[in-house]
Design a protein around this ligand. Structure first.
Ligand SMILES: CC(C)(COP(=O)(O)OP(=O)(O)OC[C@H]1O[C@@H](n2cnc3c(N)ncnc32)[C@H](O)[C@@H]1OP(=O)(O)O)[C@@H](O)C(=O)NCCC(=O)NCCS
Length: 163
């Protein structure tokens, strides 16, 4: 398996994997499916988008986006990680998160954070395996199809901040 920066040619595959996660209704509050143009837009931004490639196929991706518009929080990135169903539990998510932490350090971030539905026990376990700490639970953080969802907040300190 290779972890590398996403290229415009990967956009279709990345969108398909994200849409799988959106359709499961366990990974994100998002319900609008994305297309390759949406992914190419991410690639034009300043933050890393990584893909995992196995036997020539894109099987997962991870990306960082801004945590806040406030300058004081410029060192924090909010991330997501998605692995296609058929490739799960083979270490792809862990490899992506490790590489993402390196990419975060490379652009000077001191922290990665994300919110995970309390019911998404697989993602919580993955993040703990990847050195993230569960900070706490945010109750009723948003509505997904009319149902309140609670989220755990996870974070991992990066580089000097981790020492
Ligand atoms: C969460 C997700 C990214 C995990 O990716 P993955 O490639 O399957 O994870 P890995 O194989 O690298 O797992 C590493 C470790 O995390 C833990 N883990 C991962 N998935 C797990 C699950 N479903 N149940 C329990 N533990 C799990 C295990 O400790 C695992 O190590 P092990 O397989 O040796 O026991 C994947 O299930 C996924 O894409 N889900 C849908 C999208 C999503 O929820 N994304 C996160 C949004 S916050």
């Amino acid at each position: 398996m290779t972890i590398r920066d996403a290229q415009p040619a990967d956009a279709e595959a990345v969108a398909a994997i994200y849409n799988e996660g959106i359709a499961e209704r366990e990974a994100t509050f998002e319900t609008r499916l994305r297309d390759a143009d949406d992914v190419r837009e991410w690639l034009r931004g300043l933050y890393p988008v990584l893909v995992a490639e196995l036997d020539g196929e894109i099987v997962g991706f991870a990306r960082i986006g801004p945590y806040s518009e406030r300058e004081v929080y410029a060192g924090i990135g909010e991330h997501g990680v998605y692995v296609t169903r058929a490739a799960r539990r083979h270490g792809v998510g862990l490899a992506l998160l490790e590489a993402l932490a390196g990419a975060a350090q490379g652009i000077g971030l001191h922290k990665l954070t994300s919110r995970i539905f309390t019911t998404n026990t697989g993602s919580i376990a993955l993040h703990q395996a990847a050195g993230f700490t569960v900070v706490g639970t945010q109750r009723r953080h948003g509505l997904l199809e009319g149902r309140w969802r609670d989220c755990v907040l996870v974070e991992r300190l990066i580089g000097d901040a981790a020492e």
